[in-house]
Write a protein that binds this ligand. Sequence first.
Ligand code: FDA
Length: 393
Amino acid sequence: MENFDVVIIGAGASGLFCAAQAGYRGRKVLVLDHANKAGKKILMSGGGRCNFTNLDAAPKHFLSANPHFCISALKRYTPNDFVELVDRHGLEYVEKAPGQYFCQHSAKDLLNILLTECEWSGSEIRLDTSIKTIAKQEQGFHLLTSQGEIQCESLVVASGGLSIPTLGASGYGHQVAEQFGLKVLPRRASLVPITIQPTMKEKLSTLSGVSVEIEASANGMSFKEPMLFTHRGISGPAILQISNFWQPGDELQLNLLPDLDPEAHFKALRNDKPKRALETELNSLLPKRLVEVIKQDLPWMSKPMAELSNDNLAELIQYLTHFDVQPNGTEGYRTAEVTLGGIDTNEVSSKTFECNSVKGLYFIGEVLDVTGFLGGYNFQFAWSSGFAAGQFV
Ligand code: FDA
């Protein structure tokens, strides 16, 4: 039987970060992971360059049944705190969009920082280890693992969400919560590409790889960012963002002309350039391949502007501002970046991340019902929650 002060389940973003904090406090820490490598999601993230934080991270960028839950942790460990840490390690990074920080070279550089922090703090990481049972004892917990028996005072569940099972994701953290009688809210794949009805997919098949700046809106939220057509449907930042708010059956509005007042624009054009074909104009506003597809529905587009009636313009504007791709679902956990929903945050202290009803049991990171927007927010919550718990375990 081995004894540790703290066992952390999950050598991902929040688990590694928490381990280092606890280790620096002099706690004897063991991190367990069933995968053969630590931080697999970190390595895959941000297209291999990990968007590790967003300076603008604030509670408004997170979805949760309790929107106030994340406030305390985000305040106590801020994006600037994390940037200070990576600066101390000499990480080279770039600000791709305002406040959105990515590794300049590779996500490996960021993972190495976390592993170095664990090493410096004396925390041990054990991979290829699965947990068979967890039992609460009078003092702490007993774990039966594939590598033997372990006792610990504090147990931290940092096993993440369900997205991308091939990277080691599992619902284990939710199972542990249920074992201890905690409420787990419904989960679904999010920050995920949206699929479309087969007939529409066929019609849009020539557009695979085409990107266009749009405004995507659903359930009162809008995002103006690029959308990418894929061979399965639609993706790109605008679609991933709106997938946090849209579900099959909901209305999804895609505005292909987000920066224009289309009525004023097309009416002025009809006056100023009456001989110009509408198609030529659209080719200057939208990708050519997309205009070809639109032409199948609006064959009169090749006419000169002067010949277009107000009804034609109204039809055109409705078509372009409510581009209907007939969405029917999402690509699911296979490609989703996150899991929306999870362990009810009312079960957990927002200060310590310790479970209210089970002393010594902690939950951090994505396993909780806290989901960030796209843009580095999810990693920031992993750091902030890992830091917070690391002070108390
Ligand atoms: P995380 O998933 O990091 O770690 C969980 C760990 O637990 C894993 O190592 C897993 O193997 C282990 N585990 C699971 N079940 C277990 C079990 N039964 N036994 C033992 N171990 C177990 N976010 C962001 O802010 N910026 C970005 O650029 C991206 N990009 C991105 C790309 C892709 C492709 C994905 C899938 C996700 C992102 N994300 C992101 C989201 C981000 O990766 C995610 O929110 C954090 O990694 C969550 O950190 P956690 O520590 O909670 O879980």
